[in-house]
Design a protein around this ligand. Structure first.
Ligand SMILES: Nc1nc2c([nH]c(=O)n2[C@H]2C[C@H](O)[C@@H](COP(=O)(O)OP(=O)(O)OP(=O)(O)O)O2)c(=O)[nH]1
Length: 327
Protein backbone atom coordinates (compact mmCIF):
# COMPACT_ATOMS: atom_id res chain seq x y z
CA UNK A 1 0.00 0.00 0.00
CA UNK A 2 1.50 3.31 -1.09
CA UNK A 3 -0.02 5.36 1.73
CA UNK A 4 1.44 3.38 4.60
CA UNK A 5 4.80 5.03 5.01
CA UNK A 6 6.21 8.07 6.75
CA UNK A 7 8.98 10.55 6.04
CA UNK A 8 11.38 11.05 8.94
CA UNK A 9 14.86 12.48 9.50
CA UNK A 10 17.82 10.22 8.79
CA UNK A 11 19.66 8.49 11.65
CA UNK A 12 23.19 7.05 11.74
CA UNK A 13 21.76 3.53 12.20
CA UNK A 14 19.95 3.82 8.82
CA UNK A 15 23.28 3.38 7.01
CA UNK A 16 23.00 -0.40 6.64
CA UNK A 17 19.45 -0.31 5.26
CA UNK A 18 20.24 2.56 2.90
CA UNK A 19 23.35 0.83 1.63
CA UNK A 20 21.45 -2.42 1.03
CA UNK A 21 18.71 -0.67 -0.98
CA UNK A 22 20.69 1.85 -2.98
CA UNK A 23 23.66 -0.35 -3.88
CA UNK A 24 21.63 -1.79 -6.75
CA UNK A 25 22.52 -0.98 -10.33
CA UNK A 26 18.87 -0.47 -11.31
CA UNK A 27 18.45 2.17 -8.59
CA UNK A 28 21.84 3.84 -8.76
CA UNK A 29 22.01 4.29 -12.52
CA UNK A 30 19.20 6.85 -12.19
CA UNK A 31 21.11 8.90 -9.58
CA UNK A 32 23.70 11.30 -10.94
CA UNK A 33 26.20 11.60 -8.08
CA UNK A 34 26.43 8.11 -6.64
CA UNK A 35 29.18 5.67 -7.63
CA UNK A 36 28.55 1.99 -8.28
CA UNK A 37 29.31 -0.10 -6.32
CA UNK A 38 28.27 2.20 -3.50
CA UNK A 39 30.52 1.84 -0.45
CA UNK A 40 28.85 1.43 2.93
CA UNK A 41 30.89 4.24 4.54
CA UNK A 42 29.52 6.67 1.94
CA UNK A 43 26.04 6.03 3.35
CA UNK A 44 27.33 6.90 6.83
CA UNK A 45 29.00 10.10 5.63
CA UNK A 46 25.95 11.10 3.60
CA UNK A 47 23.63 10.67 6.60
CA UNK A 48 25.95 12.84 8.73
CA UNK A 49 25.94 15.52 6.01
CA UNK A 50 22.12 15.56 5.84
CA UNK A 51 21.96 16.35 9.56
CA UNK A 52 24.38 19.28 9.09
CA UNK A 53 22.47 20.55 6.05
CA UNK A 54 19.17 20.47 7.91
CA UNK A 55 20.74 22.44 10.79
CA UNK A 56 22.07 24.99 8.30
CA UNK A 57 18.64 24.98 6.56
CA UNK A 58 20.22 24.37 3.15
CA UNK A 59 18.70 20.95 2.47
CA UNK A 60 16.12 18.64 3.98
CA UNK A 61 16.47 14.89 3.50
CA UNK A 62 14.18 12.20 4.82
CA UNK A 63 14.10 8.45 5.08
CA UNK A 64 10.95 6.85 3.66
CA UNK A 65 9.96 4.29 6.28
CA UNK A 66 7.23 1.71 5.75
CA UNK A 67 4.75 0.38 8.25
CA UNK A 68 7.12 -2.41 9.23
CA UNK A 69 9.76 0.18 10.19
CA UNK A 70 12.01 -0.57 7.18
CA UNK A 71 13.73 2.21 5.24
CA UNK A 72 12.53 1.74 1.65
CA UNK A 73 13.95 4.89 0.08
CA UNK A 74 15.06 8.46 0.62
CA UNK A 75 13.82 11.82 -0.57
CA UNK A 76 15.21 15.32 -0.22
CA UNK A 77 15.04 18.92 -1.22
CA UNK A 78 18.15 21.11 -1.58
CA UNK A 79 17.59 24.86 -1.41
CA UNK A 80 19.27 27.64 -3.38
CA UNK A 81 18.70 31.28 -4.13
CA UNK A 82 19.45 33.08 -7.41
CA UNK A 83 18.25 36.53 -8.50
CA UNK A 84 15.97 36.78 -5.49
CA UNK A 85 14.21 33.52 -6.44
CA UNK A 86 14.23 30.70 -3.92
CA UNK A 87 14.40 27.25 -5.46
CA UNK A 88 14.27 23.72 -4.19
CA UNK A 89 15.85 20.81 -6.02
CA UNK A 90 13.98 17.53 -5.56
CA UNK A 91 15.73 14.16 -5.50
CA UNK A 92 14.66 10.70 -4.42
CA UNK A 93 15.17 6.99 -4.84
CA UNK A 94 12.99 4.03 -3.93
CA UNK A 95 14.36 0.51 -3.29
CA UNK A 96 13.66 -1.76 -6.25
CA UNK A 97 11.28 -4.13 -4.48
CA UNK A 98 9.02 -1.16 -3.62
CA UNK A 99 8.65 0.19 -7.17
CA UNK A 100 5.26 0.49 -8.86
CA UNK A 101 3.33 1.11 -5.68
CA UNK A 102 2.92 4.86 -6.09
CA UNK A 103 5.44 5.57 -3.31
CA UNK A 104 7.57 8.02 -5.30
CA UNK A 105 4.49 10.03 -6.31
CA UNK A 106 3.09 10.19 -2.83
CA UNK A 107 6.40 10.92 -1.08
CA UNK A 108 7.25 13.69 -3.60
CA UNK A 109 3.75 15.10 -3.20
CA UNK A 110 4.10 15.21 0.59
CA UNK A 111 7.55 16.78 0.49
CA UNK A 112 6.62 19.43 -2.11
CA UNK A 113 3.38 20.31 -0.25
CA UNK A 114 5.35 20.71 2.98
CA UNK A 115 8.07 22.75 1.27
CA UNK A 116 5.66 25.16 -0.44
CA UNK A 117 3.82 25.63 2.86
CA UNK A 118 6.82 25.95 5.19
CA UNK A 119 9.97 26.92 3.29
CA UNK A 120 10.83 30.05 1.33
CA UNK A 121 10.63 28.29 -2.06
CA UNK A 122 8.93 29.72 -5.14
CA UNK A 123 9.75 26.83 -7.47
CA UNK A 124 10.85 23.24 -7.13
CA UNK A 125 13.04 21.76 -9.82
CA UNK A 126 14.11 18.24 -10.74
CA UNK A 127 16.38 16.77 -13.37
CA UNK A 128 15.72 13.25 -14.55
CA UNK A 129 17.71 10.92 -16.81
CA UNK A 130 15.93 10.78 -20.15
CA UNK A 131 15.46 7.02 -19.81
CA UNK A 132 13.89 7.33 -16.35
CA UNK A 133 10.35 6.91 -17.66
CA UNK A 134 8.85 6.26 -14.21
CA UNK A 135 10.16 9.51 -12.70
CA UNK A 136 9.01 11.56 -15.68
CA UNK A 137 5.51 10.14 -15.05
CA UNK A 138 5.74 11.00 -11.32
CA UNK A 139 6.69 14.64 -12.03
CA UNK A 140 4.00 15.09 -14.69
CA UNK A 141 1.36 13.79 -12.28
CA UNK A 142 2.43 16.32 -9.65
CA UNK A 143 2.12 19.37 -11.94
CA UNK A 144 5.81 19.67 -12.90
CA UNK A 145 6.42 20.86 -16.45
CA UNK A 146 9.45 20.12 -18.61
CA UNK A 147 11.50 23.29 -19.01
CA UNK A 148 14.42 21.97 -21.02
CA UNK A 149 17.01 19.29 -21.56
CA UNK A 150 20.71 19.08 -20.77
CA UNK A 151 23.50 16.61 -20.19
CA UNK A 152 24.79 15.75 -16.75
CA UNK A 153 27.60 13.54 -15.52
CA UNK A 154 26.26 10.31 -13.98
CA UNK A 155 29.10 8.87 -11.91
CA UNK A 156 27.82 5.28 -11.94
CA UNK A 157 27.39 5.29 -15.73
CA UNK A 158 30.86 6.77 -16.16
CA UNK A 159 29.94 9.77 -18.31
CA UNK A 160 27.41 12.24 -19.61
CA UNK A 161 23.74 11.31 -19.66
CA UNK A 162 20.89 13.22 -21.34
CA UNK A 163 18.56 14.63 -18.71
CA UNK A 164 15.18 16.32 -18.82
CA UNK A 165 14.69 19.40 -16.64
CA UNK A 166 11.40 19.90 -14.80
CA UNK A 167 10.00 22.69 -12.67
CA UNK A 168 6.85 23.33 -10.64
CA UNK A 169 5.77 26.69 -9.27
CA UNK A 170 3.54 26.89 -6.21
CA UNK A 171 0.69 27.81 -8.60
CA UNK A 172 1.21 24.90 -11.01
CA UNK A 173 1.56 22.50 -8.08
CA UNK A 174 -1.67 23.76 -6.49
CA UNK A 175 -3.48 23.74 -9.85
CA UNK A 176 -2.52 20.08 -10.42
CA UNK A 177 -4.04 19.25 -7.04
CA UNK A 178 -7.26 21.13 -7.73
CA UNK A 179 -7.83 19.49 -11.11
CA UNK A 180 -7.05 15.95 -9.98
CA UNK A 181 -7.98 13.61 -7.17
CA UNK A 182 -5.48 13.71 -4.30
CA UNK A 183 -2.15 12.06 -5.04
CA UNK A 184 -3.05 9.27 -2.65
CA UNK A 185 -5.76 8.06 -5.04
CA UNK A 186 -3.89 9.09 -8.15
CA UNK A 187 -0.81 7.17 -7.12
CA UNK A 188 -2.63 3.95 -7.79
CA UNK A 189 -2.13 4.69 -11.50
CA UNK A 190 1.51 3.88 -10.89
CA UNK A 191 0.59 0.46 -9.64
CA UNK A 192 0.20 -2.34 -12.11
CA UNK A 193 -3.50 -3.04 -12.29
CA UNK A 194 -3.18 -5.50 -15.17
CA UNK A 195 -1.12 -8.68 -14.86
CA UNK A 196 2.49 -8.08 -15.91
CA UNK A 197 3.21 -8.87 -19.54
CA UNK A 198 6.42 -10.62 -20.61
CA UNK A 199 7.58 -9.14 -23.93
CA UNK A 200 10.09 -11.18 -25.91
CA UNK A 201 12.35 -9.12 -28.15
CA UNK A 202 15.41 -10.29 -30.03
CA UNK A 203 18.28 -8.00 -31.02
CA UNK A 204 21.62 -8.06 -32.82
CA UNK A 205 24.93 -6.38 -32.18
CA UNK A 206 26.09 -5.90 -35.76
CA UNK A 207 29.85 -5.37 -35.85
CA UNK A 208 31.61 -4.02 -38.94
CA UNK A 209 35.20 -4.67 -40.05
CA UNK A 210 36.35 -1.63 -38.02
CA UNK A 211 34.88 -3.19 -34.86
CA UNK A 212 32.10 -0.59 -34.73
CA UNK A 213 28.59 -1.43 -33.54
CA UNK A 214 25.40 -0.45 -35.36
CA UNK A 215 22.83 1.47 -33.28
CA UNK A 216 19.41 2.55 -34.50
CA UNK A 217 17.55 5.55 -33.09
CA UNK A 218 13.96 4.81 -32.05
CA UNK A 219 11.72 7.10 -34.10
CA UNK A 220 9.39 9.75 -32.69
CA UNK A 221 5.98 8.44 -31.73
CA UNK A 222 7.28 5.08 -30.47
CA UNK A 223 7.93 4.23 -26.86
CA UNK A 224 11.45 5.20 -25.76
CA UNK A 225 11.63 7.57 -28.76
CA UNK A 226 15.03 9.09 -29.40
CA UNK A 227 16.98 6.37 -27.59
CA UNK A 228 19.58 4.34 -29.49
CA UNK A 229 19.00 0.58 -29.55
CA UNK A 230 20.37 -2.60 -31.05
CA UNK A 231 18.44 -3.47 -34.21
CA UNK A 232 15.79 -6.12 -33.66
CA UNK A 233 12.19 -6.38 -32.59
CA UNK A 234 9.43 -8.38 -31.00
CA UNK A 235 9.31 -12.12 -31.58
CA UNK A 236 6.11 -13.33 -33.14
CA UNK A 237 4.24 -16.30 -31.62
CA UNK A 238 5.74 -19.58 -32.77
CA UNK A 239 8.88 -17.93 -34.21
CA UNK A 240 12.36 -19.07 -33.17
CA UNK A 241 14.56 -16.18 -31.95
CA UNK A 242 16.96 -16.52 -34.88
CA UNK A 243 14.10 -16.54 -37.41
CA UNK A 244 12.66 -13.40 -35.79
CA UNK A 245 15.99 -11.67 -35.87
CA UNK A 246 16.68 -12.51 -39.50
CA UNK A 247 13.19 -11.19 -40.39
CA UNK A 248 13.64 -7.99 -38.32
CA UNK A 249 17.06 -7.27 -39.83
CA UNK A 250 15.61 -7.62 -43.31
CA UNK A 251 12.54 -5.46 -42.53
CA UNK A 252 14.35 -2.75 -40.56
CA UNK A 253 17.74 -2.56 -42.26
CA UNK A 254 17.33 -4.35 -45.60
CA UNK A 255 20.16 -6.80 -44.88
CA UNK A 256 20.28 -10.58 -45.05
CA UNK A 257 21.92 -12.43 -42.19
CA UNK A 258 22.14 -16.21 -42.05
CA UNK A 259 21.46 -18.26 -38.95
CA UNK A 260 25.08 -19.49 -38.95
CA UNK A 261 26.31 -15.90 -38.55
CA UNK A 262 24.25 -15.23 -35.42
CA UNK A 263 26.27 -16.02 -32.30
CA UNK A 264 24.36 -15.95 -28.98
CA UNK A 265 26.02 -13.26 -26.85
CA UNK A 266 23.96 -12.42 -23.78
CA UNK A 267 20.44 -11.51 -22.76
CA UNK A 268 18.82 -8.64 -20.93
CA UNK A 269 15.98 -8.83 -18.47
CA UNK A 270 14.41 -5.54 -17.46
CA UNK A 271 11.18 -4.45 -15.78
CA UNK A 272 9.66 -1.51 -17.59
CA UNK A 273 6.72 0.30 -16.06
CA UNK A 274 4.13 -1.69 -18.02
CA UNK A 275 5.91 -4.92 -18.97
CA UNK A 276 8.90 -7.16 -18.37
CA UNK A 277 11.35 -7.34 -21.25
CA UNK A 278 13.38 -10.45 -22.01
CA UNK A 279 15.78 -9.92 -24.91
CA UNK A 280 18.36 -12.38 -26.23
CA UNK A 281 21.19 -10.56 -27.98
CA UNK A 282 23.26 -12.07 -30.79
CA UNK A 283 26.57 -10.96 -32.25
CA UNK A 284 26.73 -10.76 -36.02
CA UNK A 285 29.83 -9.85 -38.04
CA UNK A 286 28.69 -11.00 -41.48
CA UNK A 287 25.63 -10.20 -43.55
CA UNK A 288 24.68 -9.36 -47.08
CA UNK A 289 23.69 -5.85 -48.16
CA UNK A 290 24.29 -2.40 -46.71
CA UNK A 291 22.24 -1.51 -43.61
CA UNK A 292 19.87 1.42 -44.10
CA UNK A 293 17.04 2.68 -41.92
CA UNK A 294 14.08 1.19 -43.81
CA UNK A 295 11.61 2.56 -41.24
CA UNK A 296 13.01 6.09 -41.23
CA UNK A 297 15.22 5.42 -38.19
CA UNK A 298 18.66 7.06 -38.00
CA UNK A 299 21.61 4.69 -37.84
CA UNK A 300 25.07 5.16 -36.32
CA UNK A 301 28.21 3.04 -36.34
CA UNK A 302 29.69 3.49 -32.90
CA UNK A 303 32.91 2.35 -31.28
CA UNK A 304 32.39 0.41 -28.06
CA UNK A 305 34.20 3.08 -26.03
CA UNK A 306 31.74 5.72 -27.32
CA UNK A 307 28.52 3.82 -26.56
CA UNK A 308 27.76 5.94 -23.51
CA UNK A 309 27.52 9.02 -25.75
CA UNK A 310 24.31 7.52 -27.17
CA UNK A 311 21.38 7.45 -24.73
CA UNK A 312 20.07 3.88 -24.79
CA UNK A 313 16.99 2.17 -23.34
CA UNK A 314 17.58 1.31 -19.68
CA UNK A 315 17.48 -2.40 -20.48
CA UNK A 316 20.56 -2.04 -22.70
CA UNK A 317 22.86 -0.21 -20.30
CA UNK A 318 24.24 -3.35 -18.54
CA UNK A 319 25.35 -4.71 -21.94
CA UNK A 320 27.73 -1.82 -22.59
CA UNK A 321 30.59 -3.01 -20.34
CA UNK A 322 30.46 -6.47 -21.96
CA UNK A 323 30.82 -4.90 -25.39
CA UNK A 324 33.70 -2.72 -24.20
CA UNK A 325 35.47 -5.84 -22.94
CA UNK A 326 34.78 -7.70 -26.18
CA UNK A 327 35.82 -5.06 -28.72
N1 LIG B 1 14.98 -3.72 -30.83
C1 LIG B 1 15.28 -3.37 -29.59
N2 LIG B 1 14.30 -3.16 -28.68
C2 LIG B 1 14.67 -2.80 -27.45
C3 LIG B 1 16.02 -2.63 -27.09
N3 LIG B 1 16.09 -2.27 -25.79
C4 LIG B 1 14.82 -2.20 -25.33
O1 LIG B 1 14.48 -1.90 -24.19
N4 LIG B 1 13.96 -2.51 -26.34
C5 LIG B 1 12.50 -2.52 -26.17
C6 LIG B 1 11.84 -1.34 -26.83
C7 LIG B 1 10.46 -1.91 -27.20
O2 LIG B 1 9.63 -1.82 -26.06
C8 LIG B 1 10.77 -3.36 -27.48
C9 LIG B 1 11.10 -3.56 -28.92
O3 LIG B 1 9.99 -3.82 -29.64
P1 LIG B 1 9.75 -3.16 -31.05
O4 LIG B 1 10.91 -2.35 -31.51
O5 LIG B 1 9.19 -4.23 -31.91
O6 LIG B 1 8.67 -2.26 -30.53
P2 LIG B 1 7.81 -1.26 -31.30
O7 LIG B 1 8.58 -0.03 -31.31
O8 LIG B 1 7.33 -1.84 -32.58
O9 LIG B 1 6.61 -1.21 -30.33
P3 LIG B 1 6.40 -0.39 -29.04
O10 LIG B 1 7.57 -0.57 -28.10
O11 LIG B 1 6.26 1.03 -29.52
O12 LIG B 1 5.17 -1.01 -28.52
O13 LIG B 1 11.95 -3.68 -26.75
C10 LIG B 1 17.03 -2.84 -28.06
O14 LIG B 1 18.25 -2.70 -27.83
N5 LIG B 1 16.61 -3.21 -29.29
Amino acid sequence: MAGTFCLRGLRPDDAGAIHAQVNDWNVIRMLSRLPFPYPRDLAERWIASTVQQAEARTAYHFAIENQAGAVIGCIGLTLSQTDGQYRGSLGYWIGREYWRQGIATLASDRLCSWAFANLPVDTIEASVAQDNVASVAVLNKLGFRQTGAATQVFTARGGNVSVLLFSASRESFDAAHESKPPADADASAEQTEEPRRLVLVVAAVLIDTNNRILLARRPEGKTLAGLWEFPGGKMEPGEAPETSLIRELREELGIDASRACLAPFTFVSHSYEKFDLLMPIYLCRQWQGHPEGREGQKLAWVEACDLDQYPMPPADIPVIPFLRDLL
